[in-house]
Design a binder for this molecule. Structure first.
Ligand SMILES: Nc1ncnc2c1ncn2[C@@H]1O[C@H](COP(=O)(O)OP(=O)(O)O)[C@@H](O)[C@H]1O
Ligand SMILES: [Mg+2]
Length: 299
């Protein structure tokens, strides 16, 4: 059996009466760039904090590579969850040597890490002369020391200008192309859409939706359908060309329509085939709209 890189089982955290993370069930496939997308305060950092053992879960648990976390597994996970400390008067390279010493790794890894994060040319500059984007890239370079199989990033582009954001995005893609699974928390829809392969949308600590980015963040309308003869409806949905995909949800089918199809087309097609629905409803908001509204409400 191939295990997902990470699986959480009802992972839960409350601070007194406040629920920060609410029975989270996530499965992160190997090789994915997995985005945890949610507005501020939705529980992203708390989730990552639990995964890197900075925060103790109130209940639930998680497994890396199908195993309970132990020292060896922790070493294979690179993370930037808390702001890393570098020495301002030392150069990037000198700082990286210190990181290697702490992690017990050979200095031979430094070049590759600095190249991967496009800092090779600035390795002999002092940290204090770095832009915010370069500092963030050095943090990623440091996290890559020890050849992790997973890289965890919390809001990696916070505070960066568009150029800095694009650089981080490239670096994330470079790292993923080496087969490293990336778990990335962000409140920016655009960032997740551009770089992630999978996403879980978090709100008030709960997952609203999860799956491949093109499914979860698609603009296609969702239509709820039910008919007296559900098996008949099902076999039709399996064949119809206007159905992108569908799934069962609480005794109804929820179909994603292909581009260009509207709910009235669905109605007409089904009637023409002798299926009379007893329920048809467009799910009002696409997740994208929902998410934008949530963000605005929290802004
Ligand atoms: N140490 C803490 N004590 C009390 N409440 C906390 C603590 N850390 C986070 N919270 C609360 O938990 C919720 C989730 O926070 P957080 O995980 O930081 O969200 P995000 O990273 O998505 O912005 C928020 O309501 C936040 O105020
Ligand atoms: Mg956060």
């Amino acid at each position: 059996m191939i295990h997902p890189v990470l699986r959480t089982y009802d992972l839960h955290k409350n601070y007194g009466r406040l629920t920060a993370v609410d029975h989270l069930n996530l499965s992160v496939p190997a090789g994915s760039i997995f985005g945890i997308l949610g507005p501020n305060g939705s529980g992203k950092t708390t989730t990552l904090g639990m995964l890197v053992d900075i925060i103790k879960p109130s209940s639930g648990y998680f497994e890396w590579f199908g195993q309970k976390p132990d020292g060896a597994i922790r070493k294979s996970i690179g993370a930037i969850v808390e702001t890393p400390n570098f020495y301002p008067y030392l150069t990037a390279r000198q700082n990286m040597k210190i990181i290697c010493d702490i992690k017990g790794q050979a200095y031979a890894e430094i070049d590759k890490s600095l190249t991967l994060t496009e800092l090779g040319a600035r390795q002999n500059s002092r940290y204090k002369t770095f832009s915010l984007g370069m500092k963030q890239r050095l943090a990623i370079a440091a996290a890559m020391i020890g050849k992790p199989r997973v890289l965890i990033l919390d809001e990696p582009t916070n505070g960066l200008d568009p150029k800095g954001i694009a650089e981080i995005r490239n670096i994330i893609r470079n790292i993923a192309s080496e087969g490293i699974t990336i778990l990335l928390a962000s409140h920016l829809l655009d960032e997740v859409q551009k770089v992630c392969t999978h996403v879980a949308i978090l709100d008030h600590g709960k997952i609203l939706s999860k799956g491949p980015v093109e499914d979860v963040l698609s603009d296609s309308p969702l239509v709820e359908l039910a008919a007296p003869d559900m098996p008949q409806l099902k076999s039709l949905l399996e064949k119809e060309n206007w159905v992108k995909k569908f799934q069962e949800d609480q005794g109804r089918f929820v179909a994603t329509l292909k581009e260009g199809f509207k709910v009235e087309d669905v109605n007409r097609e089904l009637v023409a085939k002798g299926i009379f629905l007893n329920h048809i409803m467009v799910r009002k908001k696409s997740l994208e709209n929902y998410f934008l509204e949530t963000l605005e409400a929290n802004a």
